[in-house]
Design a protein around this ligand. Sequence first.
Ligand SMILES: [Ca+2]
Length: 121
Amino acid sequence: MNGETMRKRTTLLAAAAAGVIGATALAAPANASITFYDGTRFTAGWINYYGSETSYAGLRFSSGVLVDNHISSANNTQTTRTCLYANANYTGNWFPIGPGVDLFQLSSAWNNALSSHRFNC
Ligand SMILES: [Ca+2]
């Protein structure tokens, strides 16, 4: 291998490495999600979101139970926080669920009370 070939290979490897890093950084947010459960401790019906939702009205868990005002636990696999709201359209009382946080049981004030959520809030 002469010097020029070596330089080209080094450049290609550096570019490939940069590409992998870039793809990973882009893929993580796209694949990250938040999952809500009807029951505490991630039980009963569930619904998975890859983005914000202005209203749960008419939406159903995997079990067929309505989501609106029925969420009891949540799992946020994102690298950013998500804000959870008592009313639709990101209104009313709210609180943030941090990146990578599992809430196995919403407090009595929040249990069966959520109606919308916003990513990257
Ligand atoms: Ca519930």
